[in-house]
Write a protein of this length. Sequence first.
Length: 274
Amino acid sequence: MHVVHTIAELRARLAGYRCVSFVPTMGSLHEGHLALVHQARTLGDVTVASIFVNRLQFAPGEDFDTYPRTLEADCVQLRAVGCGVVFAPSERELYPQAQGFTIQPPAELADIFEGEFRPGFFAGVCTVVQKLFGCVQPSVAVFGKKDYQQQMIVRRMVQQFALPIEIVTVDTIRAADGLALSSRNAYLSPAERREAVQLPMALAAIASALRSGETDVPALESEAMQSLAVRGWRPDYLVARRRSDLQPGRPGEAMVVLGAARLGATRLIDSVEV
Ligand code: PAF
């Protein structure tokens, strides 16, 4: 495995490969990321993982400064799963000047749910993903379904810009108790970690009610919000929406349940397809 820090080194390393598969990450890797790499390895003749904590997607007051940076340990894990190239640029390399050109995703996709509670988040994500796509020039890019809205918006961006990149998604990897693996789980105290499973349980309760034919979606959503609030969480949203565009669904349409909630100082997000 080669670890490169500049765009020039990356391009030199990838010259001659026909089909590059790509997993963009912010590092602090866990089994969820490794599952993306496993999938990517089946889809290209070389797999690149990027590690870059992208300032553009953090609002002032969010955890950009404290986001765990664990490059060495990440590389050990990536090597073990057969990643070919790690692209770990510095901020100066990726953003040598302030990034004046940005991607502004449409409000109806990006200003709801995550975008409502993290204004500018998806513009930051789309801008860095577009830039990383320009650096890596992958044929395939792999994203996790935990960040459901993110993968949907990236997919739309790729379609609308006619980028020659296939977007592949991978199911969420969960701990034994059901909590979705996330780099931010490291922020939880032992007591919070025990409590954290209540978020996937609340999402699963909505999903299970929908599967059994319940149609009063707003009632299910507010019951789930309430069930977390009474336990001391501060839920941002728990919603059941159509998978394709995250708008309210009609009976028979494929749905997904999305949620984000704060437990103490930690904000967790998760999603469950119905
Ligand atoms: O999902 C993430 O880790 C990030 O949002 C991404 C896609 C690597 C962009 O910084």
